[in-house]
Design a binder for this molecule. Structure first.
Ligand SMILES: O=C([O-])CC(=O)C(=O)O
Ligand SMILES: [Mg+2]
Length: 539
């Protein structure tokens, strides 16, 4: 650090070290008297944070505290998060981030990221130039229409891009200065918010059709011009827009949709690990989805891709996948199916009972992407357990309040037979004297790793093959001792190491696909590792 202006340094979260500034630095920077006498280590600062957070009872208050820490001392924030992801991730991410979004207008203190209103459609380039960093590589962008399973939260959905990008850094070491959270404010149809005087967004109904698409197109054009190396992560768009946006831009810029491709990779990785665990090959299985939206289609498409890799013909692979939505089983006689859904419709009798469908089809796995809390009832889980030695039960909807069942229910109702993973975290369950650790089948095992791979390779595009590589790299890292505890994902406490390993394999795939923006190095692992951010005060 060279500046002489200690006061400015102290108020710059990226440069601030608080009480950890040394005597020498204090003299050099003009910090004398601006700090109390003691010179503390970062570990001691972490201890103080633990004490303060420990005194707060409600998770939402802990969230507010942590976000404030991010705004005052970024290094310390990441140190806290990276040292103990199991405790702190649920506070800055799912499930607490859901409540933070629901109350965003009320807990709002300081703006973060960029807010683009549809009224500014023709000024996006200039607005993006207001950002303090000039080399941004990643944006997580949402329009807030489908925040987790909580629905339309309008501009209050900004908590999601902020939370996801903090995990790019905390879980995979992408340096935070390269990340930018963005909210596309196209209005909201949330009446409660429109009537709330503290709602900080545009007060209008959501723009649709051509007007909306023109806004999205203007955004992509402007951001790729202002930040040419940008990777755009679409997050929590409504199903009606998510697939169309992804398909419009996936071959033109470096982009992916986390709810479609990230979730697909984590689910496929979980199914691969589960098949190793149960000894039942993927090719001998049948998958039933509850929910037939963008996440279901993403997972199903990736499963087909993987089954084909295991030498199953495409038509046979499609036959193994069933979807059940709010109108019942997807069958060819239904006239309300989208083109995406039709691929998964079966030529059989309609059914509007999920339990009967299970008894009929006899799936080996049920995957919940419905956002309906409690949809995996006791009857559902008992039916799965009657058919399968080890039924695979994945309630993937978020946050916890929208999970299709709890870990406790799955283990109890299946009498300890379930191979279980959920989108939101659940505490360990003791059944019949045995402790089960529920795995978290959340795209957090994928998107930070993809981020690090893109960062290291300066990838120009992201393909489904790269996400399949990520899912295989994830499944490979599940160990026998994890299985013994019921885990089909590596423990969350190891997420950093796991993400770096995934990133190395994805980076290799990026070079193999000729989609890197730099020359292939001899040692890809060394390249990836050389890019990693560490939460320490640089000398
Ligand atoms: O944010 C999460 O926990 C996972 C996710 O993408 C979603 O549920 O939309
Ligand atoms: Mg999401």
């Amino acid at each position: 650090m060279e500046t002489n202006d200690g006061f400015i340094v102290l108020h710059d979260p990226r440069k601030n070290r608080g009480t950890a500034f040394t005597e020498e630095e204090r003299g050099l920077l003009g910090l004398k008297g601006l700090l109390p006498e003691a010179v503390e280590s970062i570990d001691l600062q972490v201890e103080r944070v633990h004490e303060q957070i420990g005194k707060l009872e409600k998770p939402i208050n802990k969230y507010v505290y942590l976000l404030q820490l991010m705004e005052t001392n970024e290094t310390l924030f990441y140190k806290v998060l990276m040292d103990d992801p199991v405790s702190y991730m649920p506070l800055v991410y799912t499930p607490t981030v859901g409540e933070a979004c629901q109350t965003f207008g009320h807990i709002f203190r300081r703006p973060r990221g960029i807010y683009l209103s549809i009224k500014e459609k023709d000024n996006i380039r200039a607005i993006l130039q207001n950002w303090q960093e000039k080399d941004v590589r990643f944006t997580v962008v949402t329009d807030g229409e489908r925040i987790l399973g909580l629905g339309d939260l309008g501009i209050c959905g900004m908590g999601i891009p902020i939370g996801k990008l903090s995990l790019y850094t905390a879980c995979a070491g992408v340096p935070p200065e390269y990340t930018l959270p963005i909210m596309l404010d196209a209005g909201t149809n949330n009446q409660e918010f429109l009537n709330d005087s503290l709602y900080p967004g545009l007060r209008q109904e959501r723009a649709r059709g051509e007007e909306y698409d023109a806004f999205i197109a203007a955004f992509v054009e402007a951001i790729t011009e202002v930040f040419p190396k940008i990777c755009i992560q679409w997050e929590d768009f409504a199903g009606i827009n998510a697939l169309r946006i992804l398909n419009t831009f996936r071959d033109k810029v470096c982009t992916f949709n986390d709810d479609i491709q990230g979730t697909a990779a984590v689910a496929t990785g979980g199914l691969l690990a589960a098949s190793r665990y149960s000894g039942k090959p993927l090719t001998h299985q049948k998958f039933l989805f509850l929910g037939a939206g963008a996440a279901a289609i993403g997972i199903a498409d990736m499963l087909v891709q993987r089954l084909q890799k295991e030498a199953l013909a495409a038509e046979v692979a499609y036959e193994r996948i069933y979807m059940f939505d709010n109108k019942g089983l997807l069958v060819t006689s239904r006239s309300d199916l989208t083109a995406y859904n039709q691929k998964f419709a079966h030529d059989q009798e309609p059914s509007d009972s999920f339990v009967d469908t299970i008894k009929n089809i006899r799936p080996t796995a049920i995957i919940g992407v419905s956002t309906i809390a409690g949809a995996f009832t006791r009857e559902v889980i008992e039916a799965m357990s009657a058919i399968n030695e080890r039924p695979v039960i994945f309630p993937y909807s978020n946050p916890t309040s929208h999970s299709e069942c709890t870990a406790d229910e799955a283990y109890n109702w299946s009498k300890g037979k379930a191979i279980f993973a959920s989108g939101s975290p659940f505490p360990p369950v003791i059944y019949n004297g045995k402790t089960f650790i529920p795995g978290q089948g959340n795209n957090v095992y994928i998107f930070p790793a993809i981020g690090l791979a893109v960062f290291a390779t300066e990838a120009r595009r992201l393909t489904n093959e790269m996400f399949l590589t990520a899912s295989e790299a994830l499944a490979k890292q599940v160990k026998a001792e994890d299985f013994e505890q019921g885990l089909i994902y590596p423990p969350l406490s190891n997420i950093f190491e796991v993400s770096v390993n995934i990133a190395v394999e994805v980076a290799t795939r990026i070079f193999d696909s000729d989609l890197a923006g730099i020359d292939r190095p001899l040692d890809i692992e060394a390249l990836v590792k050389s890019k990693i951010y560490r939460a320490k005060y640089e000398q």
